[in-house]
Design a protein around this ligand. Structure first.
Ligand SMILES: Nc1nc2c(c(=O)[nH]1)N[C@H]1C(S)=C(S)[C@@H](COP(=O)(O)O)O[C@H]1N2
Ligand SMILES: [Mo]
Length: 432
């Protein structure tokens, strides 16, 4: 019962309903030292999330045709590339760190919010213009942080909300959250340094329950005026947060690594059958879900290649060209990875076949009409001339199944999973 005072016979008029003030939060663990420790742990975590997040965004090559998720006019995309010198799993590591660390950071974020909870209940809401501005900046910080975590988790869950474009919200949200976070860390630096100077960086972690004393109360500060008896040590609280993070790691990391470890990913969808034998690895969108029928992919199917000349090839003609086999990963934005052995025609051989102009970028179009503009993808010159970039016809020594993109799909090292276009129908090599 929030703030409802029991009626007593001596007070006939019921007391007005009020929210509790900061004094209602009495945990003896709360105080500037605890908040400083939680905040200090957040700095590297959020830093890594921001860096890996922006790398993942740039990996889309958003300045090429078809690839932009946000308006290119507002997209600050540095020319970051995973070149042919990077191992094929580089993007998978980046994405795995982003998603896994993002989930692991959640308990820390909740603990940090818990530690500053009394602030939310301060009345009046501001005492001065400076205090009002500080509150507004915190609203921006906490609000954008919740947006980033909520959209990230909903996306992993494949539960995008209608009308909300994950890429747009998560990208702009990252700029707001990143800026607010850096500003907040700088503003709080003196407070953190004072807390460490007064109490030691790690010293309070040595206290057993008997020695756990509240931090000194200061008016308007985080330490409670009327602390309750401790029931948990500070190291106990940090162990709880760390334990929660490690548990999330244990049940998520198998998704990001894939292969046999996937069985330990308890949070992943289970009991799904993706295909038989060599084709038994994860599928997001089945042929049926995309309206692809066997009829569209057999006798009538041709791949149209457009460069300075145009060539149309059936699957037999593609199989007659020199084939290459490479181990490559598909890493979906949602956080899962699958690594398989793909065989097919190197994209640079197809570029040569149609005399692609030297400044050409490659656009791949799919039979998949359910998502025109989403499945049409462009690759830079550096990407499609990477010797590992394939038009895959076979996987693990067998024809790729219809669900995996039969008759042909593109697969390149270090690109976002969604760009490995299945059911390719046309490839255009043209200046952007
Ligand atoms: N034509 C087409 N290609 C596609 C997709 C699709 O829906 N249609 N899904 C993409 C996504 S989101 C991913 S992660 C990869 C791998 O998905 P898959 O396992 O369903 O093949 O394929 C990509 N290629
Ligand atoms: Mo995906």
């Amino acid at each position: 019962m929030i703030g409802q005072r029991p009626e007593r016979p001596s007070t006939p008029a019921p007391a007005p309903r009020r929210l509790p003030g900061p004094e209602a939060w009495r945990s003896p663990l709360r105080g500037p030292w605890l908040t400083s420790v939680l905040g200090s742990l957040l700095v590297p975590a959020i830093g890594i999330l921001l860096v890996t997040g922006f790398i993942a965004h740039w990996a889309y090559h958003p300045t090429l045709p078809n690839n932009a998720s946000v308006d290119p006019a507002y997209d600050i995309s540095p020319p970051f590339q995973f070149s042919a010198a990077w191992p094929f799993w580089s993007y998978a590591v980046n994405q795995g760190v982003h998603v896994t660390l993002g989930l692991m950071t959640l308990p820390l974020v909740l603990a940090k919010l818990w530690s500053v909870m009394p602030r939310l209940f301060e009345r009046p809401a501001w005492r001065s213009l400076a205090a009002l501005l500080e509150r507004l900046s915190l609203l921006l910080l906490v609000g954008s942080m919740l947006v980033e975590f909520a959209t990230g988790i909903l996306n992993i869950d494949d539960a995008g909300s209608p009308g909300v474009n994950f890429f747009v919200v998560h990208y702009y949200g990252a700029w707001v959250f990143g800026s607010a976070f850096v500003l907040h860390a700088l503003v709080k630096l003196p407070t953190v340094r004072r807390a460490y100077r007064e109490r030691g960086v790690l010293k309070p972690l040595r206290d057993g329950l008997g020695e756990t004393r509240p931090e000194p109360h200061v008016a308007g500060g985080l330490a409670p005026a009327d602390p309750a008896t401790p029931t948990l040590t500070r190291r106990g609280l940090l162990a709880m947060v760390g334990g929660a993070a490690l548990t999330i790691f244990a049940v998520q990391v198998g998704e990001s690594i894939g292969g046999p470890l996937r069985r330990f990913a308890l949070l992943a969808p289970r009991g799904r059958v993706f295909g038989t034998g060599p084709n038994d690895f994860p599928i997001t969108n089945t042929a049926a879900s995309r309206g692809i029928t066997t009829d569209m992919t057999t006798d009538h199917w041709r791949l149209t290649l457009v460069g300075q000349r145009t060539v149309s090839l059936d699957r037999a003609a593609l199989l007659a060209m020199p084939q290459a086999t490479h181990t490559l990963s598909i890493t979906c934005t949602e956080g899962w990875t699958t690594t398989q052995h793909w065989t097919g025609v190197p994209l640079r051989a197809l570029a040569r076949l149609v005399d692609a102009s030297p400044d050409a970028v490659l656009s791949v179009l799919s039979l998949d009409q359910a998502a025109v503009g989403q499945t049409d993808v462009s690759f830079s010159q550096a990407q499609f001339t990477d010797p590992r970039a394939l038009l895959a016809l076979r996987v693990n020594g067998e024809d790729i199944s219809l669900d995996h993109g039969y008759p042909a799909r593109v697969i390149l090292p270090n690109i976002p999973g969604s760009q490995n276009v299945k059911w390719a129908r046309e490839m255009r090599f043209a200046a952007p």
